[in-house]
Design a protein around this ligand. Structure first.
Ligand SMILES: [Fe+2]
Ligand SMILES: [Fe+2]
Length: 480
């Protein structure tokens, strides 16, 4: 028996029909002038060789800005070239209104020698090299121009602005898994988020940026989807299970990203640059690696690191990101060790936002107040699961939340989302928007001394005694 066509097959049939209608029109037109019709070839063209499409050259590509331990006075950048490049370097100048900062006798830039990583033999048959530079001794809250290259072959001049050395308003963006078909489907989400917050200072990726850790065209898609945005806004990424292959974090991770090296040494030895913190204008951002959830020693090391990083937070706010959610939203998933090791520390320090991925749908909520005799959701930590790419999982009914003392306030499935977060003095404003740009979920956290309050700003999704609204109007489900 032949099954119903998949969405891809339906699309393919439609394309073929259009081609055949086109061919028919051609036959009629030719018949009108007495010519003979030629048989039309309806075979789809071959896919262009991915090794040609994604091969590196001496001209830099995949340029990504990363945070540092002091974002007010330093800035990290990484990029890729072909392996023959041996003189990688970067240049930096203060922002200028015209081009003469870069020219001849009037030039005002400085040149910094880059660190080059060992070449990576990509699955597509070529060898690539990643390079990194950390610009240092910069002025706080100051705009700069920079470019990367080898002394002859350069990127364009791009821009960044260092952080203020004080708590000041800023915005950041957060994405769940982009993972599959990132060029086709996550690109519009990334670009819409950028249009909505063009001056965001950081973009958080909560793991599963790609689907197959060592497939280079997938990293090509990921970089292509954001284009030059990644060269202008810091990426703060943590690895998901799909950044692992054969039990190992892909070497691309520590080459493509230049994260602060302030995580636990033992974890860094097995998964470099996957656990770290960075401070930005009053917010401490902490990244954890939950791929190590079955290694209790590694989890304890991360828990100790987390506890200390939160205890020593110099800022008012704290945001933690990692891949596998404390409270699962898909199928019968359950991450007991993530909960056991991290949840008590989040609640002890009243972490403001916990931003997660892995479950390919959306839920937001927190612990209930039932244990202190109050109804509703606590004003403590807000837990979010989200997804930016096209792989969609059905929601479970929230049982993993309820069984573990938590409740969802908002949730949805079969939608791609992006999150815009504005930090402003005593307030954090959060919005989750769907891929079509519509507001889906929103809340505000206000903090005065020890008094903290979470208020829903998208009221349709406020706490309900009857439980959250279940949305399931889109039936398309991703198939791989
Ligand atoms: Fe995923
Ligand atoms: Fe995952």
């Amino acid at each position: 028996m032949v099954g119903a066509p998949t969405p891809n097959e339906r699309l393919d049939m439609k394309t073929r029909n259009v081609r055949m209608i086109g061919a028919g029109a051609l036959v009629l037109a030719l018949a009108g002038v007495g010519a003979t019709a030629v048989a039309q070839d309806t075979t789809p063209p071959p896919r262009y060789d991915r090794a040609l499409e994604w091969a590196p050259t001496p001209v830099p590509d995949r340029i990504v800005l990363n945070t540092t331990e002091n974002n007010a006075t330093s800035q990290a950048v990484t990029w890729r070239t072909s392996a023959e490049v041996t003189t990688a370097q970067a240049q930096i100048a203060k922002m200028d209104a015209g081009p003469y900062f870069a020219y001849g006798g009037q030039s005002k830039y400085e040149t910094v020698t880059a660190t080059s990583n060992a070449p990576i033999a990509a699955n597509l048959g070529y060898t690539a090299k990643f390079h990194s530079v950390t610009f240092k001794d910069l002025d706080p809250k100051t705009a700069y121009l920079y470019r990367v290259g080898d002394g002859t072959n350069w990127s364009e001049w791009q821009e960044f602005t260092t952080a203020s050395d004080k708590a000041e308003p800023f915005s950041f963006i957060y994405y769940g898994d982009s993972q599959n078909d990132v060029k086709d489907h996550a690109s519009r989400v990334f670009r819409r988020a950028f249009r909505d917050r063009p001056d965001a200072k950081m973009i958080i990726h909560a793991g599963d940026l790609v689907n197959t850790a060592n497939r280079d065209h997938e990293w090509g898609w990921w970089n292509y989807a954001s284009g030059w945005i990644n060269g202008n806004i810091n990426t703060m990424a943590v690895p998901g299970n799909h950044e692992y292959q054969s039990g190992k974090l892909t070497p691309v991770w520590s080459h493509q990203f230049e994260n602060p090296k302030n995580g636990p040494a033992a974890v860094d030895a097995v998964a470099p640059e996957s656990v770290y913190f960075t401070d930005y204008q009053g917010v401490r951002f902490i990244g954890l690696n939950t791929n190590l959830q079955n290694d209790k020693v590694a989890m304890q090391e991360q828990a100790d690191f987390l506890d200390k990083a939160l205890a020593e937070n110099p800022g008012k706010w704290s945001v933690v990101t990692f891949h596998h959610p404390v409270f699962a939203t898909a199928s019968s998933r359950n991450h007991q060790n993530v909960r056991d090791f991290f949840l008590p520390i989040f609640e002890k320090h009243q972490v403001d936002l916990v931003l997660q991925g892995h479950d390919h749908n959306y839920a937001r909520g927190g612990l209930t107040n039932a244990n202190i005799g109050k109804s509703g959701i606590s004003n403590g930590t807000v837990y979010v699961v989200s997804v930016s790419g096209p792989k969609m999982y059905q929601l479970n009914d929230g049982f993993n939340w309820r069984r573990n003392g938590a409740e969802q306030v908002a949730r949805t499935e079969y939608k791609q989302l992006y999150q815009l977060i504005d930090v402003d003095g005593n307030e954090i404003r959060y919005e989750a928007r769907t891929a079509d740009g519509k507001l889906f979920d929103g809340f505000t956290i206000t903090k005065n001394g020890k008094n903290k309050k979470v208020t829903n700003s998208a009221e349709a999704f406020g706490p309900s005694k009857k439980g959250p609204k279940f949305e399931s109007e889109i039936e398309y489900k991703y198939q791989d």
